[in-house]
Design a binder for this molecule. Structure first.
Ligand SMILES: [Zn+2]
Length: 243
């Protein structure tokens, strides 16, 4: 088994190359992601509006049905008026007719309000749909560009990832986790060679005993100042020669 530090440094060399390839894709991955997010958000808004439209439609339909039922009742009450036998009965029926007609007015007004609301929301949906279409076509253009850029480096990227996996498999999980954590905090460089007795990351002088330890064993040692993993200069040079 190869030296753990050396393996880590080899891993980083590959990661930096992969980062360069990723950079050549420029903003495209971010743009595509952003467009996808916007499209999903729009879709959710459209779905919500459509749900509200359906609710207004069924309320309007119910109000119209209620008004129709009340209308029939009024018709039948009016017929009963011809058959009344006394004033008291006459008054009761005319009172019921008046109430029913008032109710009909209210139901019809209600139906109209829900109809207006539904039309307003439908106009909103049309607007959002237009926006949706234009974002979709923008997304397609950017996806096409991204695919073209990716295709150029596809083989190289695959090869690098394959090599990376091979090395990563030889390293303990906790070492990889620590490497990734330092890497993301230090813009891609977690392992740095000691140069002229100083940390290659922060340039702080490394104590001689630490330097000695580094040459001796497989232990992972960190710069006391910046926390990066240190590698002896000659081992780094060896890796760089091969890469
Ligand atoms: Zn340092």
């Amino acid at each position: 088994m190869e030296n753990k530090i050396k393996l880590l440094y080899m891993l980083q060399t590959l990661d930096l190359k992969l980062m360069d390839l990723e950079e050549e894709k420029g903003d495209l991955p971010g743009i595509v992601q952003n467009l996808n997010d916007q499209i999903n958000e729009l879709q959710a808004q459209i779905d919500e509006l459509r749900k509200q439209i359906n609710e207004h439609t069924s309320t309007r339909e119910q109000s119209n049905l209620d008004a129709e039922t009340l209308n029939q009742r009024v018709e039948s009450l009016k017929k009963q008026l011809y058959e009344v036998r006394n004033n008291k009965e006459y008054d009761a029926i005319t009172k019921e007719i008046a109430e029913a007609e008032e109710n009909i007015m209210a139901k019809m007004q209600n139906a109209e309000e829900h109809d207006d609301k539904q039309k307003e929301l439908s106009a909103n949906v049309d607007e959002l749909k237009q926006k949706y279409e234009s974002l979709q076509s923008e997304l397609q253009d950017n996806q096409k560009d991204l695919q073209e850029v990716s295709k150029v480096h596809e083989d190289e990227e695959l090869q690098l990832k394959h090599e990376r996996d091979k090395i990563a498999r030889q390293l303990p999980q906790e070492t990889l986790v620590s490497y990734d954590r330092i890497r993301s905090a230090k813009y891609g460089k977690a392992v740095v060679p000691i140069t002229r007795g100083a940390c290659g990351g922060c340039y702080k002088t490394v104590p001689p005993q630490l330097n000695l330890l580094l040459r001796k064993n497989d232990e992972i040692l960190h710069c006391e100042n910046c926390g990066r993993i240190l590698i002896a200069e000659e081992i780094a040079a060896e890796v760089n020669k091969v890469a």
